[in-house]
Design a protein around this ligand. Structure first.
Ligand code: EPU
Length: 342
């Protein structure tokens, strides 16, 4: 195991170097990394493919990359299959592989950049599905170097949030996520609750039950999600970005008439209401706007793009301007979606 300085890949294409970084290819490596960080009195954190982080130019502490990309079948019956997947597996590869095996559920989460180990951190979600719905447990190694299977209910999954995300923000060392165990369906059970997805299949109302024979297959849903994402979201290889840069904010019911007066339509979410951050940013006039090398993507203003050699500070300053203008116009504070890592 070699610990060395390293340039950190990230989908925003920000120039970032870790003082110390290491590939973790075994449990022994994970233990050694934890021991090293503990001894040196430095922070330890894991990164995946860098698709949901804003990396500052110098990243302190020890950065670990868990390399295990194995997929292990744990059990299978007529209804469900349980698989354990190494944290280093590419997310979209996993979605494709599960579909080709006839293991269903992840189809709405097609084409999300990043690794399996990163998926539970922000509880990735898209097109009416959140990964937490399919997670049985997450295997982590804590500071005591013991591997623990954390059942989903201990992970505090919420909209774009989990116990792991909270730990990333705190000063304590984040646990090393080694693998994720999923429970997937063996019978197709497609989810067309997201209006845009239902519309793709020309279902007028996503809430009206459809005869099973008329439903698209999970593979068709995966293709539809892929097509919708490709049309709307910039490809990070061409236009470096970290997906949504802000969360869709929760608001109080009393704020809704004021928003509706400006044609911003909140929607029911759990006990409260959520509002589309993209709509707020759009209404505030940011769509397609640029400041130097940072800009707001025209087809989905929730996404900020690095058009050239933007720095993390340029990006965060731009995000702050967007936040201030939305706050001024709508009295709503947008929260950053990616984690800032320094
Ligand atoms: N919209 C505008 N103006 C535009 C484009 C879109 O106002 O120019 C508004 C539409 O009115 C609509 C909303 O944006 O209300 C629809 O956009 P989308 O379907 O992309 O949904 P979203 O709420 O903006 C969330 C996730 C995405 C995820 C989609 C689909 C968050 C922060 N983002 O975006 O996730 O793909 O739903 O489920 O929850 C990501 O996290 O990186 C991400 C891309």
């Amino acid at each position: 195991m070699t610990i060395a300085q390293r340039r950190l890949p990230n989908t925003l294409n920000l120039a970032a170097t870790a003082i110390a970084a290491v590939d973790v290819t075994s449990l022994a490596d994970a233990k050694e990394a934890i021991f090293y960080a503990e001894n040196a009195g430095i922070r330890l954190r894991c990164l995946g493919e860098g698709s949901n982080v804003v990396l500052m130019p110098k990243v302190e502490g020890l950065v670990c990359y868990v390399k295990d990309a194995s997929v292990t079948l744990l059990s299978r019956d007529d209804e469900f299959v349980r698989i354990k997947v190494g944290a280093g597996k590419n997310w979209h590869e996993l979605v494709k592989e599960t579909l080709s095996q006839g293991w269903f559920g992840l189809e709405n989460l097609s084409l999300i950049p990043g690794s399996v180990g990163a998926a539970p951190i922000q509880n990735i979600g898209a097109y009416g599905v959140e990964v937490a719905q399919f997670i049985e447990s997450v295997a982590v190694m804590e500071a005591n170097q013991i591997v623990r299977e954390m059942p989903a209910k201990e992970c505090a999954f919420a909209y774009r949030d989990s116990i792991f995300k909270a730990r990333l923000k705190s000063t304590a060392n984040a646990p090393v996520i080694l693998s994720v165990t999923f429970c997937l369906n063996r019978r197709p059970d497609v989810n067309l609750s997201y209006a845009e997805l239902a519309a793709f299949f020309e279902f007028k109302s996503p809430h009206v039950a459809k005869p099973k024979s008329k439903l698209p297959s999970p593979e068709q849903v995966a293709d539809a999600v892929t097509a919708i994402r490709r049309a709307k979201l910039p490809d990070p290889r061409e236009y470096p970005n970290a997906g949504s840069f802000f969360k869709n904010p929760m608001i109080n019911a009393y704020a809704t008439p004021r928003l509706e007066a400006r044609s911003v339509r909140p929607y029911k979410f759990g006990e409260g209401y959520k509002v589309s951050a993209a709509q707020l940013i759009d209404h505030a006039g940011w769509k397609g706007k640029r400041r130097g090398d940072v800009g707001c993507w025209a087809n989905q203003p929730l996404v900020l793009v690095n058009y050239g050699r933007a720095s993390a500070s340029n990006l965060l300053a731009f995000a702050q301007e967007v936040r201030e203008s939305v706050a001024e116009q709508f009295q709503i504070q947008l929260e950053l979606e990616p984690s800032v890592v320094s």
